[in-house]
Ligand binder design. Sequence first.
Ligand SMILES: [Zn+2]
Length: 211
Amino acid sequence: MSEIRHHVTDAMLAAYAAGSLPHPFAVLVSAHVSMCPDCRAALEAHQAVGGVLLDQAAPVALSGGLKADILSRLDDEFPSEPVYARSGVYPGPIMQTLKGRAPRWKSLGMGVRQDILSENAEGSVRLLYIPPGQAVPDHGHNGLELTLVLQGSFSDETGRFGPGDLEIADEELEHTPVADPGEACICVAATDARLRFRSALPRLLQPFFRI
Ligand SMILES: [Zn+2]
């Protein structure tokens, strides 16, 4: 894999570690971290900080029988969620969102295809397949959009993005991503819902709107 040059911001890693990122962005951060040793190390540092905070938190007493109750249930059957590993160009967190299935591509025209993996009040996660040389259809930025490249590459006014690279686009960015020659570009994009944007945005993320 070529070298990753576009990373998750530190503020976003902190928000991810704190569990305060909206689900669509958390999926992309998780997928990038699975491909990027640098961000994995940085995330572990943030998680260590969280662990120290937990260690230092004043204990709160729980009800008397709780410990015995938990111990008595340790051997109970429980329905476990299947865990999916990386498959081809799709990292584990994306396979998790796909629930192990292959992408179901739907044509958007001009050879561009998409598969919407999840869509709810927190926003959407979608796979995009863009043939070489093809521009991404105009979709506008309502709020924040993250794009993670899984295969091939695309370029826009801000640079070139290859496998593992994460582009962070806010509503002020005017850009025209075009898939580079060679392999088709497969990427995964996460957006938050249009109307929820301002209120759902964790304060930790605000610094990069100013950049
Ligand atoms: Zn990274």
